[in-house]
Ligand binder design. Structure first.
Ligand code: HEC
Ligand code: HEC
Ligand code: HEC
Length: 429
């Protein structure tokens, strides 16, 4: 090709690239919204503030906006993603470091579109993909609630993202691909409680954020993959739809008890990241929690256990022969609480095989419960299990898990247990 010909191609390529850049900048650009002086907390109607408090609990806001040992809504809680660590922001009404200078419009835009007051795009680790469906009045109630919290001056640690993902305008591309908020339209064929439960569960409570699988760019799978099971902080959030592996039916009553107390005596206690969810639900309006129980019992209405609860095997002798070391360790460390006849069992706690972890597609929750133990989910007293991460090595944990699955499991044997114990130690919180 002649030199002028090459030059022309280069010029065209540069012009096209420039045009793409301008188009992208136009898509990514969001204006800043002017600062306001912090609204006087006394101007908010106490009824609106109380409504916002309930919504904040249903929305689990504090889980990501409070660091370990820190104060509520001050932020600093690390959220680990495959692309880096993102810290929850300070959402107290401090004007310099929190959202004190945000107008209602700026707050609404953040909740609905994932855009900060200054116009920068926010990471979807902040579940605005769900909050986009929250009704106007509810967003305003949340604003009133947050604006009447104590203002705390504090800057959370800076995010640590894999380059170039620290460059926020790139998030506009992610939104273009995956952010397509759909309003939750009431279904007139269902009850008021079902519709209320669906509205809360699908928007504020963002249950799919953990319970749905995610794609390569962390987008949630939707449609018939919704509620098919997902991952959170090194734990597995099992399917809560027709594919639920639970061996006891999740009825409205049982879900209601699980959400409000962190324990279903027909199943088990809420462990890992589900613990804080129940902690907040325990403090929300009981009617709203009951509505969610109604909706999620319906989600699981076609699960195997909803049709017929299986008779659970106890292959104690056989499992002991196959995994003698696991049996010995279990008898030494676990039987005191979990063996039929133990004081805890006699007091009315669910037997080990009733819990879903031993029946899940992967061993992760069983491993994590052993490594991390279980804090009482909703109150200072409640179901408690000590952590064994320091007392047992990877091989010993794997032995116990193999023994328990051989004894009680209903699915195929889990392979590579030791590898998964090592991974669980690294990933888990
Ligand atoms: C799963 C974790 C999570 C939950 C739950 C959560 N947030 Fe956040 N939120 C974040 C993260 C992370 C950021 C910072 C995002 C960023 O830096 O791009 C954030 C940012 C925000 C911001 C923008 C603040 C700023 O300075 O840019 C607001 C406002 C906010 N959250 C409000 C809420 C409210 C209200 C709730 C409850 C209804 C809530 N969040 C629940 C993780 C969460
Ligand atoms: C932060 C992540 C996270 C969020 C948000 C979350 N879950 Fe979970 N959930 C989990 C994990 C992890 C487990 C497994 C815990 C265990 O084994 O004790 C779980 C367990 C459950 C179970 C027990 C299932 C079984 O068969 O044992 C139910 C029911 C449930 N979640 C419902 C919900 C609902 C409804 C919501 C929305 C209000 C929700 N979850 C929000 C992480 C989450
Ligand atoms: C101090 C008593 C105590 C000890 C010791 C203990 N656990 Fe637990 N464990 C609990 C409690 C309480 C729960 C919550 C559920 C319940 O109440 O049944 C639980 C839950 C579990 C669960 C998940 C829920 C389920 O029912 O499937 C598994 C798995 C488990 N324990 C395994 C073990 C193993 C393995 C050991 C020994 C290494 C052990 N536990 C030692 C008290 C204990």
């Amino acid at each position: 090709m002649s030199r002028p010909g090459i030059r022309r191609i280069v010029v065209i390529a540069v012009v096209l690239l420039g045009l793409c850049g301008i188009a992208f900048a136009a898509i990514a650009y969001r204006p800043a919204i002017a600062r306001v002086t912090r609204p006087d907390p006394r101007q908010f109607d106490p009824a609106l503030v109380a409504r916002g408090a309930n919504l904040a609990r249903l929305g689990n806001c504090v889980s990501c906006h409070q660091a370990a040992g820190g104060r509520p809504y001050v932020g600093g809680y690390p959220i680990k993603t495959p692309f880096g660590t993102i810290y929850g922001s300070n959402i107290t009404p401090d004007s310099a470091t929190g959202i004190g200078s945000w107008s209602p419009a700026a707050f609404r835009r953040a909740m609905r579109e994932g855009v900060g007051r200054d116009g920068s795009h926010l990471y979807p680790a902040f579940p605005y993909t769900h909050y986009a469906g929250v009704a106007d009045g509810d967003v305003d109630a949340l604003y009133a609630f947050l604006m009447t919290r104590p203002a705390v001056r504090a800057v959370p640690p800076a995010n640590r993202m894999i380059p170039p993902l620290g460059f926020r305008p790139l998030l506009a591309g992610w939104k273009l691909l995956f952010f397509d908020p759909q309003p939750v339209v009431a279904d007139p064929r269902q009850s008021a409680a079902w519709n209320r439960g669906r509205y809360i569960g699908e928007t504020l409570a963002h249950c799919t954020a953990c319970h749905s699988p995610r794609g390569l760019l962390q987008q949630e799978k939707r449609g018939d993959r919704a509620y098919d099971g997902g991952w959170s902080g090194g734990w597995y959030a099992p399917p809560i739809n027709a594919r639920s592996p639970a061996v006891r039916a999740w009825t409205v009553e049982r879900l209601d008890a699980y959400f409000r107390t962190g324990l279903s005596t027909a199943h088990a206690a809420a462990a890992g990241p589900m613990g804080p969810v129940t902690y907040n639900l325990a403090r929300a309006e009981p009617a709203d929690v009951r509505a969610m129980a109604t909706y999620y019992a319906w989600q699981m209405r076609a699960a195997p256990a909803a049709r017929a609860e299986p008779r659970l095997p106890d292959r104690r002798a056989l499992a002991g022969q196959r995994h003698p070391e696991g049996a010995r360790l279990y008898d030494g460390a676990c039987a005191v609480c979990h063996e039929p006849g133990a004081a805890m069992m006699v007091a009315g706690r669910p037997a080990l095989p009733l819990g879903t972890p031993l029946h899940e597609a992967n061993p992760r929750d069983t491993i994590q419960v052993i490594l991390k133990g279980l804090k009482p989910p909703v109150a200072p007293r409640g179901p408690y299990m000590p952590a064994f991460a320091d007392a047992l090595d990877d091989r010993q944990v794997a032995e116990i898990v193999a023994y328990l699955q051989a004894r009680h499991g209903t699915g195929p044997a889990w392979p590579d247990l030791e590898t998964d114990v090592a991974a669980a130690r690294k990933e888990g919180e």
